[in-house]
Design a protein around this ligand. Structure first.
Ligand code: DC
Length: 223
């Protein structure tokens, strides 16, 4: 197991999760997809009919929800939700509930506990500054909204999901707006992070660029 952690932030659709998976495999690390945790919690709260405005009921509900996550599955109170949380309506729910301080507090604590064992790559929005401020490697992976929409649209068609490019682009722009303007831990580029724009890179080129940044950060660490 690697004795370092990698923090990988960026907007939705920047390819963070697939890149993190590949890097984890190459370096013998564990990948923790923190977005999947927000999705799972949002899915469960919605099932429980707890709205983001529920106040005390939301606080009580959160105490009853237990998440189990590993590199290829997520379960909520023992129920496997790995596929359910990828539905487009859950993307919107996750974006809404992730703006709530109570939700963030619960998940940040869980993420910190998991990563304390080291050897983790966490991808998300607030990893560099909030979840793992002491991570040995910090990267912000960006891509222009159009490039991200193009990838998401192609993925949808590949999976046989009906897709309209303009709708996909609008949904990405709207999610960026919510994720960057929320009051608690908004998505922003950490001043400690290495910035990487993957708009014009293939997946393999992006992985290679991330590997270079890891090597650079680790050589600085050991210098
Ligand atoms: O990465 P994703 O699209 O699966 O994330 C789902 C939502 O969760 C997204 O709207 C932003 C939010 N999120 C967050 O606020 N903080 C994180 N560390 C990860 C995701």
């Amino acid at each position: 197991m690697s004795a370092f952690n990698v923090a990988l932030d960026g907007p939705s659709g920047s390819g963070k999760s697939s890149v993190a998976d590949t890097i984890a495999e190459k370096y013998g690390m564990e990948h923790l997809d923190t977005g999947a945790m927000y999705r799972a919690l949002a899915w469960k709260l919605d099932q429980m009919k707890i709205t983001p405005e529920s106040g005390d009921a939301l606080v009580e509900a959160l105490k009853t929800i237990h998440l189990d996550i590993d590199h290829d599955s997520v379960a909520v109170n023992g129920q496997d939700v790995t596929r359910a949380i990828r539905e487009p309506n859950v993307s919107k729910l996750a974006s809404l509930y992730s703006a709530l301080p109570e939700v963030r507090e619960k998940l940040v604590a869980l993420q910190q506990k998991i990563a304390s064992k080291k050897g983790y790559i966490l991808d998300g929005r607030d990893i560099c500054d909030v979840v793992l401020p002491d991570a040995e490697v910090k990267i912000y992976l960006d891509a222009a909204p159009e490039a991200r929409a193009k990838r998401r649209h192609a993925q949808n068609l590949e999976k046989g999901i009906p897709s309209d490019f303009d709708e996909v682009l609008q949904a990405i722009i709207e999610r960026d707006r919510r994720d960057t303007t929320r009051e608690v831990n908004p998505l922003k580029i950490s001043k400690d992070a290495e910035f990487l724009d993957s708009s014009n890179l293939t997946f393999d080129q992006t992985v290679e660029a991330v590997e270079q940044l890891i090597r650079k950060a680790l050589s600085k660490e050991s210098a």
